[in-house]
Design a protein around this ligand. Structure first.
Ligand code: NAI
Length: 281
């Protein structure tokens, strides 16, 4: 028995980089995989079938089972088609990996509306759209007794959780995905559908020009975390963020200080100034 025998997984943006590695790793553990990829350039322009087709061939060559899908995650129709591809080919959906992504970096003062919109669309709306379509199917399977739960794994970034120069659009989308993860984890708990988020760092075409990410940080080093979260080994783990780079893995946690309470009914700006160290300690 492999970890994911009998499971059906969707991986968005699986034609290259991290998504390709996730798809191969899930297939190796027995999952049947929908390899979704729009097949465009790093900036989201263009489209093509070759990247998704190639990964499907790779999976099949390794003895696995996969089908390709070329829809964009950024429209409701595309998201529904991606989930329909899983149902048509394999009859169900157990695992969704929201991974598709693009970059359009510019500093705030130079940011163009179109660059803002397309990055928010692919990352944030794309994560929402495919999650909604897949979660509806997963919830239906739980309700009709053909599944005991589901697994959704999103992809955030240090660019949004910590901040990175020149990436206000991307950072906002990626921080939004972290918030979306925590809210949907609460909402889907009653169906035993877990929702977690990875925060990866790896050398891919998105990061090929970032010198601080060495070639030795390989995308396949990220995929075991995805397989773990997709498997029964991670039952009950939900609403969490896991950062992974190379061989290092950690949980990303938000922290609130112990804080302070106003002396009277309302804080005054002066009292905030006077007690700033206490509030932030
Ligand atoms: P990549 O460019 O190799 O892979 C992204 C894939 O998504 C591409 O194959 C692309 O064709 C596909 N895609 C783009 N728009 C799409 C759409 N609308 N619909 C369907 N597919 C679409 O880049 P990489 O690095 O593998 O990125 C994967 C994810 O990991 C992205 O969400 C990225 O933001 C995230 N990430 C990557 C980091 C890294 O260090 N490589 C760091 C933090 C986050």
């Amino acid at each position: 028995m492999s970890l994911l025998d009998g499971k059906v997984a969707i991986v968005t943006g699986a034609g290259g980089g991290l998504g390709r590695c996730h798809a191969l790793a899930l297939a190796k553990e027995g999952a049947k995989v929908v390899v979704n990829d729009l097949g465009g350039a790093r900036d989201g322009s263009g489209s093509g079938k070759a990247p998704a087709d190639k990964v499907v061939e790779e999976i099949k060559a390794g003895g696995g089972n996969a089908v390709a899908n070329y829809d964009s995650v950024g429209t409701m129709a595309g998201a529904n088609n991606i989930v329909a591809a899983a149902i048509n080919a394999f009859g169900r959906v157990d695992i969704l990996i929201n991974n598709a992504g693009i970059l359009r970096d510019k500093t705030l003062l130079k940011m163009e509306e179109g660059w803002w919109d397309i990055v928010i669309n692919v990352h944030l709306k794309g994560t929402f759209a495919v999650t909604q379509a897949a979660a509806r199917q997963m919830a239906e399977q739980v309700t009709n007794g053909t599944a005991t739960g589901g697994r959704i794994i999103n992809t955030s970034s240090i660019a949004g959780l910590v901040g990175n120069f020149g990436q206000s659009n991307y950072g906002a989308a990626k921080a939004g995905i972290a918030g979306f993860t925590r809210v949907t984890a609460l909402e889907l708990a009653k169906f035993k559908i877990t929702v977690n988020c990875i925060v990866p760092l790896a050398k891919t075409r998105l990061t090929e020009d970032i010198a601080m990410i060495p070639d030795s940080m390989r995308p396949e080093q990220v995929s075991p975390l995805v397989v773990f979260l997709a498997s029964d080994l991670a039952a009950g783990i939900t609403g969490k963020l896991f950062a992974i780079q190379g061989r290092e893995m950690r949980e990303f946690k938000y922290k609130m200080t112990d804080g302070a309470t106003a002396a009277g009914d309302l804080w005054t700006p002066q009292e905030i100034a006077n007690r700033f160290n206490e509030i932030t300690a």
